[in-house]
Ligand binder design. Structure first.
Ligand code: ATP
Ligand code: LTN
Length: 337
């Protein structure tokens, strides 16, 4: 690794406060954020302003924010090492979104894949927030002048738009924004549904047995893993084409235990699927036990969760104000003190 790549970068990512985290979210996203927090200056936002683009209940939104922060902290996000913040509590995101939106052609937003998908789902209640969603996301990123944005593959298009808007602003006014780079985890981090290993593990999977939640009780985890679909043949071997179910379980075991896939194949040579699944269940229960315990310990401690958001929010606000004072001046707004 050269000196440049070791430099401390500004990392930002955000997630909507929706639902419980599953193993895919944990292995594909949150675990990477925890590692990044050791090396970089990190900002992790809970984006409640994005969450109101679809029908919702205010009291549930508030509850989900606490729950979301509790789950992140239980996964190892330490408020002493990173800045956890609540989007709506920071002044500047909405203002910057407005400014960026005034330089963003509507056609570009209408072409966003996520917008098209969501618009089709919410046909009778299509609000302009859904269309504007990527501009607010661009503001979330640019207001912190983030170097790196860890996201899933599905968010790549939104990062492209963010870079585009940053470039437009920089060339119209003057150099202001860093062009952020997306950080997309390796394909190994794609965890599939235990019941249909052709599709990814997801909170919207109608078959609840296909999704392992990080706060599932140990016997629930065991039951789901023991009833995971397997493939014909009885060998524990990694083959993503003809052994999708077993390969997915091997990926899960490898990611949770740190054992390479080859070591798992060797360990289970000559043994059956039953033995293997029991071992996967043991690994998952053992790896997730501390997460679940921590979650139980902190989820009802609102003060602790608020304290984390408050502290992270102060650092986030400081950075946001710095950017916004430059932006406001450059676009011609005035401050009267
Ligand atoms: P949905 O059920 O609505 O599709 P989701 O459960 O897939 O949602 P998101 O909120 O879209 O979760 O994703 C949060 C983060 O978790 C993203 O960074 C995404 O890439 C990652 N992620 C989600 N599912 C998986 C998975 N099965 N394997 C690896 N990473 C995943
Ligand atoms: N759109 C993202 C959530 C999100 C985000 C962001 C991610 C909102 N603002 C800024 C990274 C950076 C999603 O649905 N996963």
């Amino acid at each position: 690794m050269n000196a440049e790549s070791e430099k401390r970068k500004v990392v930002l990512t955000c997630a909507q406060p929706t639902g419980r985290l599953h193993l895919g979210n944990y292995l594909g996203a949150v675990k990477n954020w925890v590692e990044m927090a050791d090396k970089h200056e990190c900002y992790f936002g809970v984006v409640d302003m994005h969450a109101i683009t679809i029908p919702y209940v205010p009291a549930e939104l508030r509850k989900n924010v606490y729950d979301c922060v509790a789950q992140y902290m239980a996964c190892g996000l330490d408020p002493d090492k990173c800045n956890l913040f609540l989007q709506s509590s920071i002044i500047g995101h909405a203002e910057l979104a407005w400014i960026l939106g005034c330089a963003c052609p509507i056609g570009q937003l209408e072409r966003m894949t996520q917008y098209k998908d969501k618009a089709a789902k919410h046909k009778d209640a299509l609000n302009s927030g859904l269309l504007y969603y990527p501009v607010l996301m661009a503001a979330d990123i640019l207001i912190y002048n983030a170097d790196i944005v860890p996201v899933g593959e599905d968010q790549k298009q939104h990062i492209e738009l963010t870079r585009d808007l940053a470039q437009k602003f920089n060339s119209r006014y003057s150099e202001t924004f860093v062009l952020p780079e997306p950080y997309i985890p390796k394909s190994g981090a794609r965890i599939m549904s235990l019941q249909s290993p052709d599709s990814k593990m997801s909170k919207s999977d109608p078959n609840k047995n296909g999704t392992l939640y990080i706060t599932d009780e140990p016997d629930v985890l065991r039951k789901k893993i023991m009833s995971a679909v397997t493939d014909s043949g009885g060998e524990v071997r990694y083959d993503e084409t003809s052994k999708k179910g077993i390969s997915n379980l091997m990926n899960i075991m490898s990611a949770l235990s740190g054992k390479p896939l080859q070591a798992i194949e060797d360990e289970f040579a000559g043994k059956g699927y039953g033995d293997f699944k029991r071992a996967v269940a043991d690994t998952a229960v053992e790896a997730l036990a501390p997460v679940r315990e921590k979650y139980i310990e902190i989820s009802s401690d609102k003060r602790l969760l608020e304290e984390a958001l408050k502290r992270g929010g102060q650092a986030a606000q400081k950075r946001a104000f710095k950017t916004m004072s430059k932006v406001r001046r450059k676009v011609g707004f005035m401050d009267f003190d």
